[in-house]
Write a protein that binds this ligand. Structure first.
Ligand SMILES: [Zn+2]
Length: 105
């Protein structure tokens, strides 16, 4: 069978446009949230134990960098993602419609 990735993507996109969620964005967001939770958790534990040595400091720094990186990737995703731009445009059109309705009432 001939496999056409564009067709599959279009079908999947259609499904996601309806819900207004970009699958990739969702994944990145989850990664970002997980990284932040990890960092907070470790920081709380290490602070509690009052044993902040070089090893712990390095670990926290690593977790912080990981979160910062995940956050940057997330921030950089939307302007370069066709799907996220599409969702944004649709959302804007909807709010424009509301605005027009209010104006011409
Ligand atoms: Zn996206």
């Amino acid at each position: 069978m001939h496999y056409c990735p564009m067709k599959v993507m279009a079908m999947r996109s259609q499904q996601y446009v309806k819900t207004g969620i970009c699958e990739k964005y969702q994944t990145l967001l989850e990664e970002c949230e997980r990284a932040l939770a990890n960092w907070n958790e470790r920081r709380a534990k290490i602070t509690q134990s009052r044993l902040v040595g070089k090893e712990e400091g390095d670990e926290l720094l690593r977790l912080q960098v990981k979160y910062a990186r995940a956050y940057t990737v997330l921030q950089n995703h939307t302007p370069h993602c066709t799907f996220c731009q599409l969702v944004k445009r649709l959302e804007r059109r909807e709010s424009d419609a509301v605005f027009d309705g209010a104006r011409y009432r």
